[in-house]
Design a binder for this molecule. Structure first.
Ligand SMILES: CC(C)(COP(=O)(O)OP(=O)(O)OC[C@H]1O[C@@H](n2cnc3c(N)ncnc32)[C@H](O)[C@@H]1OP(=O)(O)O)[C@@H](O)C(=O)NCCC(=O)NCCS
Length: 194
């Protein structure tokens, strides 16, 4: 019914669902999607231009080499496909005691149509671990998106420790980023659970 490694964002028991599955689905990205991922990330990242600190912006925002390194470092990309074309991508990275959501991007022309929310809920359903998400402090829309999906913005001391523990990013990026969390993440910093 549903191809292995894919997840239909529709109820497969509904009449006509099989037809819909061909048009809308969430699936694991494969090697053949590499160029489309680069394209979607760099299109989506245009939202950061003039918003994040100037010294953090570069064009392209993510080069093919950086994407390759991220995949080799364990980021698994999933994509939301519409009419046979990837509309958005989101990465998930296992870090033993937590799961990170990485590189969430929806094509600019398709934003605010619920695609990011569907990808996020799907990725959440694949892990029982606490989920952490890092983003730019200046990306207020992204923070609003995650908060709307039940994530909580962490305090500076907590986010600095988490960014240093689970991400491999320069100190300047730690300074200019925030972390949002869902689930019982406090144990990973030996803090009292919520
Ligand atoms: C953040 C992102 C992945 C969300 O995906 P999406 O498909 O647009 O999100 P959804 O349609 O599921 O959810 C929309 C909600 O997200 C937030 N949102 C998304 N884009 C927004 C924008 N430009 N301005 C304000 N809020 C925005 C709002 O809370 C919105 O809720 P509303 O419908 O009540 O207004 C997508 O907007 C994107 O690619 N943005 C640019 C890149 C980025 O910031 N990525 C995050 C990296 S961590």
């Amino acid at each position: 019914m549903v191809a292995s490694g894919s997840y239909a964002s529709t109820n497969a028991t509904l009449p006509g669902a099989r037809e819909l599955l061909r048009f809308m689905m969430i699936r694991r990205c494969e090697d053949k999607d590499f160029d489309a991922i680069v394209e979607i990330v760099n299109d989506g990242a245009q939202a950061y231009k003039g918003v994040i600190p100037e010294d953090r912006w570069h064009d392209p925002y993510m080069s093919p080499k950086v994407l390759r390194d991220e995949i080799e470092d364990g980021v698994l990309f999933w994509g939301y496909e519409e009419e046979g074309k990837l509309a958005g991508v989101m990465g998930i990275q296992d870090k033993t005691d937590v799961t990170l959501i990485r590189h969430a991007y929806v094509r600019t022309c398709l934003r605010n149509h619920g695609i990011g929310g569907k990808l996020l809920r799907f990725l959440e359903s694949t892990t029982a671990k606490p989920i952490l998400i890092g983003t730019w402090a200046a990306a207020t829309w992204a923070i609003a998106f995650y908060e709307k999906n039940g994530y909580r913005l962490l305090e500076k001391t907590e986010k600095d420790r988490l960014l240093q523990k689970y991400w491999t990013i320069p100190e300047r990026q730690v300074e200019t980023s925030v972390v949002l969390a869902k689930g019982r993440w406090k144990g990973v910093l030996n803090l009292e659970p919520d």
